[in-house]
Design a protein around this ligand. Structure first.
Ligand code: PBG
Length: 337
């Protein structure tokens, strides 16, 4: 009989099936929890600035700083002590080392090269991921080389990316991570690495990288001066899903060891689709704009930071991510895991 007696004949639909039994208390809930977030899932993006610079807190990424080369040891120790295994490196290149061709990207004594060597020397077990693209090194902020008519040149850029990859491989990087979205670059980079004997250097390809408004704070972080720059002739159209799957398939055929989808939260459908069709491990990049949104909302007490951040990351695992690159990595290890 109904409690309120409004509907004396009220029948609870399928009354013998009650999913709430498995949500009864925290112990039962954890027993049936399908996905877990682990420290070993996380990769921390690290902005490194030139020797002699000082630490700079990035205004649009509260809690994230540019770490000067000379302060790397302390930073790496802190990251390791927190239990993080992987770091994704980004250089903040001195303005006067930039040119239209991004040549500094393959300078054997460039900031990235020195950083990779230094980290491998002090913490060889840390897995180092290095973004491959020309934007931290070009005066115009594009990921590639530009023709005088404004076009971003594909094949010329791929050649530069091969030089950049070889240069990082020579310093001992574990993963080169092309984020430029030029056609055919994975096959070309694999060819170049193998030819020069770097058969052990892996490729994590940013396969489905969308032309997103969520990269704004990153461009400030590396001082690329390209906040609103239009990269739509190479990054993917946010209106498309199949294009993302095609890019992932091509990259795997060309030899990518792992692939990445980026940004994260707005593109979890792409992750799920790629997961269903591809066999290699999948990484997601929770990008700067996603971090900034969560951080700002938390700082204004609009959301509870711990639950919102956990929810955003576990959603990525549920969608199919094996690895997550996130500015929250350190914070999550300190406050959640
Ligand atoms: C550059 C690159 C970008 C990011 C990673 N690598 C920016 C861009 O494509 O303009 C963005 C990361 C972030 O927003 O956190 N090739």
């Amino acid at each position: 009989m109904s409690h309120y007696q409004l509907f004396p004949d009220l029948k609870i639909g399928n009354a013998h099936i009650r999913p709430r039994r498995l949500r009864k208390n925290a112990q039962i809930r954890s027993l049936v929890q399908e996905y877990q977030l682990l420290k070993s899932d996380l990769i921390y993006p690290l902005f490194v600035s030139e020797k002699g610079t000082s630490r700079y807190d990035i205004p649009s990424l509260p809690g994230i700083s540019r770490i000067p080369f000379d302060e790397l040891s302390a930073e790496i120790k802190q990251i390791q002590d927190l239990g993080i295994h992987g770091i994704m490196l980004f250089p903040v290149t001195d303005k006067n080392k930039k040119d239209p061709f991004g040549k500094e990207s393959y300078n054997p004594d460039g900031l990235m090269q020195c950083t990779i060597r230094k980290i491998k020397e002090i913490a060889p077990e840390i897995i180092l991921f290095a973004d491959i693209a020309l934007d931290p090194f070009t005066t115009h902020g594009h990921d590639g080389i530009i023709h005088e008519n404004g076009e971003v040149l594909n094949d010329e850029t791929v050649e530069a990316l091969c030089m950049q990859s070889l240069s990082y491989a020579a310093c001992g990087v574990d993963f080169v991570c092309p984020s430029d979205m030029m056609d055919g670059r994975i096959g070309a980079i694999r060819y170049a690495l193998d030819k020069e004997g770097y058969i052990g250097t892996s490729i994590l390809s940013y396969s489905a990288k969308f032309a997103s408004a969520f990269y704004g704070p990153f461009r400030e972080a590396i001082a690329s001066g390209a906040r609103g720059l239009d990269k739509k002739t190479y990054q993917l159209n946010p209106c498309n899903a199949r294009e993302g799957i095609r890019e992932a398939q091509l990259d795997i055929e060309e030899g990518a060891d792992m692939i990445m989808i980026k940004p994260g939260m707005p593109y979890l459908d792409i992750v799920a689709k790629i997961k269903a069709q591809c066999e290699v491990p999948i990484a997601i990049y929770q990008v700067s704009g996603e971090y900034a949104m969560l951080k700002n909302a938390a700082q204004q007490n609009i959301i509870d930071e711990k639950s919102a951040v956990f929810e955003s990351l576990i959603a990525m695992k549920r969608a199919g991510a094996d690895l997550i690159v996130t500015y929250y990595a350190k914070w999550v290890c300190e406050h959640i895991l």
